[in-house]
Design a binder for this molecule. Sequence first.
Ligand SMILES: Cc1cc2nc3c(=O)[nH]c(=O)nc-3n(C[C@H](O)[C@H](O)[C@H](O)COP(=O)(O)O)c2cc1C
Length: 125
Amino acid sequence: MQLPKPNFNGEMTLEATLKNQRIIRAFQSDPISSEFLGQMFWAAYGGTESDGFKRSAAWGGALYPLDLYALIEAGHVGRHIFSEAKALGLGSGIVGVFEDQRVIEILGIPQAHEPLLIMPMGKKG
Ligand SMILES: Cc1cc2nc3c(=O)[nH]c(=O)nc-3n(C[C@H](O)[C@H](O)[C@H](O)COP(=O)(O)O)c2cc1C
């Protein structure tokens, strides 16, 4: 799926996203747009340089993808997703406690991968 390119000129400041941050646990049922998805994936760990190597989140030893120091890196990526959702006027939750095996089965995640965080996103209910 080709996602739209990110917008680098959002209207909400970083300070405003931090001041107004709240975990959202209830969402409207409207679908979210592909523009929103593209923006979220970019904020999470999208490319920032034309060489395609540097990313929007810091990585231990610049060893992409998320493998070393995985918990710390997931924290960085999760923070970007959470703040970007707020900057776009939407909301995000953070779920760190879940049954790993059930999530792997339901989402069809390869067994070698370990889900670290679930972040529901959408319009606040
Ligand atoms: C790493 C992490 C894991 C979390 N895991 C859960 C979770 O499993 N279930 C849940 O309901 N909330 C979870 N939360 C949300 C916190 O409980 C939330 O930040 C706290 O209740 C403050 O909420 P507020 O933003 O509404 O003030 C998690 C937050 C973080 C940062």
